[in-house]
Ligand binder design. Sequence first.
Ligand code: ADP
Ligand code: SF4
Length: 688
Amino acid sequence: MGRNSRYDILFEPVKIGPVTAPNRFYCTPHALGTGNQMPHTRAAMREVRAEGGWGVINTGYCSIHPSSDDSPLPNARLWDDEDIKVHALMTEAVHRHGSLAGVELWHGGGGTGNRMTRMPPMSASGIAGESTYSGWINLNKSRPMDKQDIRNFRRWHVDAAKRAKAAGFDIVYIYSGMNFGPYQFLLPWVNRRTDEYGGSLENRVRLTREIIEEMKEAIGDTCAIALRFSTEDLLKIPGENMETEAHEIVSMLSDLPDLWDLKSSSWVVETASARFSEQGAQEPLVSFAKALTSKPVVGVGRFTSPDAMVSQVKRGILDLVGAARPSIADPFLPNKIDEGREDEIRECIGCNICVSGYHDCVPVRCTQNPTMGEEWRRGWHPERIAAGDSDKSILIVGAGPAGLECARAMGERGFAVTLAEAREELGGRVTIESKLPGLATWTRVRDYRTNRIQSMGNVDIYRDNALSAQDVLDFECDHAVIATGATWTTDILAPNGYPSTELTGENIYTPDDVLSGATLEGPVVIYDFDHYYMGNGLAEVLRSKGLDVTLVTNASAVSAWTFMNNELAEIRSRMIELGVRTELECTVSAFANGKVELTSIYRDKTVRSIDCASLVVVGTRKPNDALYQELLAMPDRLKEAGIADVRSIGDCHAPGAIVHAVYSGHECARTIDSGSDTESILRERPLI
Ligand code: ADP
Ligand code: SF4
C-alpha cells in the first residue's frame, strides 16, 4: 500500500544550513542511558531509527569538557580526540540509511554535579541551578565564572565542535536551555553579573551568541549549527520591546543558528507522562518562534499521530516534527506512514518507563518496544524476527501483555499459535488498569498487538476459555507457554523487605478487589509500599466516589518510585488537589475496631491510630502459577502429549511492571526453539 497523500508534507526535505534533512521526522536529542561506555549499544539504538525513516538522528547530551560531568547519569562526551571514534560508530550507522546525524554538545555549568571529575561546577554568578532540587542533591555548589572561564567555555565549545565534525556529525548543537551553561546567563535571577555578560538582555545573550558565531566560523561550512533553547522560563518575563524575553531572544538571534530546537525549561515538563499531558502539549512553548526566524524550527509533543504532525507543519508551528518517546516506541514510525501502514504504528503510551531507564543508568527500556536497547547485545530488531518452523504448534495461556506479545512475535515467526484467554476481553492487567484515571493510552499495549495478530492467519485466539492442565495436555502442542499473570496480596512487608504484620478479617482489600468493583466504606486507608501508580490511582478513584482517603506509605514521599519516571511532582499535586491525606514513613501494624495503627519506620514504639473502615493494601503480587506448577509436576504426561516444554512468562513467572511482562513475552517468542530461555548476550568491555 502506498502513502496517503495527506502525509506527503511530512516527507519533504528540509534545508538546515549547509545540510538537508531528507524529511521532517526529527529524532531530537535525548538521553539513552548508554553514555560513551556503551558505544555499540548506542550506535545500534540510534541506527535502528535511521533505518526506520527518521531523517535526523541526534545523540543525547554530550559533554564538551570534564568541568561538565553528570555522573553517575550516563552522558556522552567529546572531551578529546580519543572520544571521536566512539561517536563515529553512530554517525556511520546513521549515514548508512541516508539520515543526518546530530550531536547535542552540552556544558552543564552549575546545573551538573561533576561527581566523577571532582571539578567545582561553574555558573554565571555562582548560583547552583540544581541546589534546591531535592531529587539529585549536589553538595558541590558552583563557583562564579571569571573572564578566563568564559573564554575557556567558548573555546571548549569550538574544540568539541571540531571533534564533532571529525566524528562525522552533520548537525552540531549548542545547548542553551534547561538550567545548563549558557542558559544560566540568560536568566536574570541566576545571572547577577555586572560586566558585559550580565544586566541587559543583549548582555545576557552575549555568550550564547558568541558560541554560535564561533562554532559557525569553525565548522559552519559543512555542519549545521543548531541552538537548543528553553523558552518556558523566559516566556514568563515581559520583554522591553516584545511580548516576552523569549520572543526577544529568538528575534535577536533570529537567523544566526541554522536550526532552532525549542523546548521547556524542565526535564519533568518536557517528559510529562500521558497521564498528565496530551499529545502536542508543548505547542505554547514553541508556537511564537516561526514568525521571528526564517530558519527551521523543531519541537516535541509526544506525536504519534501523523495527522497531528501534519497539523503542526501546516499551521506553521514546526518545520521538523521532533520526537524522542514516539521514536523509541516505534523506530519505524516514519516508514510505516510512508508505506500507508499507519495502523501498524506501535504508539508510545506515555508511561515514561524509558525515562526511568536513564535514571537507572541503564539503556532505556520501553513498555511498547521490547527490542529497544537490545539491538546490539541481543541482535533484536523491532520489525524483523527469525522465521520459525511453521509445523510447530504453540499454545499460550493468558492474553495479558506477556501472552499477547508472545503470540504476536511467535505469529510473526510463522509458528502455528493458539492463544487462550479466560476472560472475554483481551489485555489482562492492561485492560483493567487502563481504566485508572489518565491511563487510557495504556490500552495501546493491547491494541497494537491484537491488531497485528488479527492480520495473521496462523494465530487463533480463544476468548472465554479458562484452560486446565488437562486442557493443555489434550491440546498436544509442541510448546506450552503459561502467561496467567499475578494476583495482589494483603501481605505486609516491613521496610527491610521481610514479611511483618499479617492482617486478617473483614474490610481488607487488594487492588484487584477495588478494580473489580468491590464497594468500600469510608474512611479508607490505602497502605502503599508498591510506590508506583496503583496506590495513588486507587486513591483518585475512591476520592472521586466521595470517600475520605488517607494514603499511608513507609517511604518519604507519596509514590516514591515515580521520581524515576518523572511523575512524582504531578502525582503529589494531584493528591493535594483531591484532598487525599498522606502519612509518610509509617507502616500499618494493626487494623481493628474501625482504626488502623501506624508505626513509625524509625521508632517502633511511636504508634498512632487513624479512623479506617476499609483498608486497601497495595504492596506485593504473587504469581498465578498453579497451572504452570501442575504441568511441571507431570513430565511423563507432557511427554506422552508430545509437549516438549512448558514455560511461564510475564507476571506468572515474576511479577513486575507491564514493561517486564512485554519483554518476557518477546524473549520467549525469540528463544522458544533455541532450547534455552536466554541467548548469549554481548557485553561492551573496556579495552585494556
Ligand atoms: P501479564 O502481565 O503477565 O501478561 P496479566 O495478569 O495481564 O499478566 O494477564 C494474565 C491473563 O491470563 C489474564 O487475562 C487472565 O484472565 C488470563 N488467565 C489466567 N488464568 C488463565 C487460564 N487458566 N486460562 C486462560 N487464561 C487465563
Ligand atoms: Fe513511550 Fe512508555 Fe515506551 Fe517511553 S517507555 S517510549 S513513554 S511507551
